[in-house]
Design a protein around this ligand. Structure first.
Ligand SMILES: [Zn+2]
Length: 140
């Protein structure tokens, strides 16, 4: 029998994901709220690494999405904060963050955020660890 190379952590995730989830009673996934500060000419998301940790997405992936949508240059600094060149309102950033979460984090089948994004070349698939659904998503 071929042995698949599943990491222990991944297996553990699988085990936990089999436990019935109690998300039915109106309980919703609460996306992390970005802490935004402004310095002249720049918009900084202070808790950027916290956000990507909670979403379980690579910081560089979310950075690329936000910068592309805002059509602005930017980078991640030493503290893990995202520094965007230009001034952008908190609501504009919230809209984009929510759009990212809806498309690239939340499972369209069961509504859980327990997903991983698998990239096979140009094809990206959102794989849900809670219900097993696989959803192709648009690469960017
Ligand atoms: Zn699901």
């Amino acid at each position: 029998m071929p042995v698949k190379d599943y990491s222990y952590e991944w297996m553990l995730d699988r085990v936990y994901s089999k436990v019935p989830v109690k998300l039915g009673g109106g309980e919703r996934f609460v996306p992390p709220k970005p802490q935004i500060v402004y310095i002249p000419g720049k918009t900084i998301i202070k808790n950027f690494s916290e956000i990507t940790d909670k979403l379980r997405r690579e910081p560089r992936l979310l950075m690329r999405y936000l910068l592309k949508e805002l059509a602005a240059p930017g980078s991640i600094d030493d503290t893990g904060a995202l520094v965007i060149h230009g001034k952008f309102s908190a609501s504009a950033i919230n809209v984009l963050l929510n759009r990212f979460i809806k498309t690239y984090v939340i499972c369209p089948n069961c509504g859980r955020p327990d997903t991983v994004l698998k990239k096979k070349g140009k094809v990206w698939i959102l794989v849900c660890e809670a219900c097993g659904a696989e959803q192709p998503v648009k690469p960017f």
